[in-house]
Ligand binder design. Sequence first.
Ligand code: NAG
Length: 361
Amino acid sequence: MLSTGPELRLLRLVSCLTLVLLCQVTDAKKDLKSACNTCRQITENFNKGFERTANQNFGGGNTAWEERKLSKYETSEIRLMEIVEGLCDSSSFECNHMVEEHEEHFETWWFKRKTKHPDLHKWFCIETIKVCCPKGTFGPDCNACVGGSERPCHGNGACDGDGTRGGNGKCSCHHGYTGEFCLDCIDGYFNEVRNDSFSLCTECHSSCKTCTGATNQDCDECKEGWEEDDQGACVDVNECSKDPVPCKEDQYCLNTEGSYFCKACDTVCSGCTGAGPDNCQACASGYQDTEGTCTDVDECSQSEPVCTKEHQECVNNQGSYTCICSEGYEERDGECVQTQQPDTAEESEAPETTASPHGEL
Ligand SMILES: *[C@@H]1O[C@H](CO)[C@@H](O)[C@H](O)[C@H]1NC(C)=O
């Protein structure tokens, strides 16, 4: 067991390396997506900061001198700094790192590009630091998503990496849709409208497994629990009318649309056709039929006594009875014997104490 051959070790090394490489590749792809998200957050916060500082000034009011000397606050470096300070949460490493790394770009944009390129996300994230792509495109070269950049996945799904430099551009379709282009419908849905670039999938009738339309007459195949009738429509199967009924003996069957339930009979029944004591097929032992309902038999008031030992009394309960000893008597070895008086009771406990070597005698 301990002899690890060189081949085995090599194999392990190779598999480890493959794993690491695979992880790095997927990590890198995730990084590309998250870098874009970070950048998007930064530019959104920039726009918020821009609005927040819209009505501010140098503090203490712009004097005419300041306006001339320092130029207006509106376009000042001080306003830019105030905005840049609010771009990231202090805890977000990725955000702070990105802002620090590209701080000079914000200055460039603020002083030289803002007028010509007012969309900061487009200028900064897409065109300058290239971590994002225009909407509907993905990957290092911003290629169009599957289904085209106008309506990725034909409007019926999400394009992997959409708007980032990551992802593979493939679709994950919304519920109801499937296929590479999200134009096909999943089982249980049908194409209400369909051409090469547009598809609307609608849910089938609840009786259909697959269908071509919305009603129970448009099923290709009935769902389990439904069957085709003479007109070719899918109708509910009444499982409860089957022979044998698919429930246990102490249960009754309840049909539902597309299925059925088995429910426990009332305890007073031995077999039943429904809920309660008046739907019994027969009464359980200890119960008798009284005008169609199973009721408890009072065994204690029967002509033939059931508790026959001496000093015994009968107590009736639901479905049965018990025999107990009369007052002043207690059960010993199946017989009712007179309860002993306190002084004689002590005597009877004496043998137990003999078990102790230091017992008082
Ligand atoms: C496809 O159908 C949609 C919706 O009915 C329509 O707007 C579109 O022009 C159609 N496209 C083609 C290529 O027929």
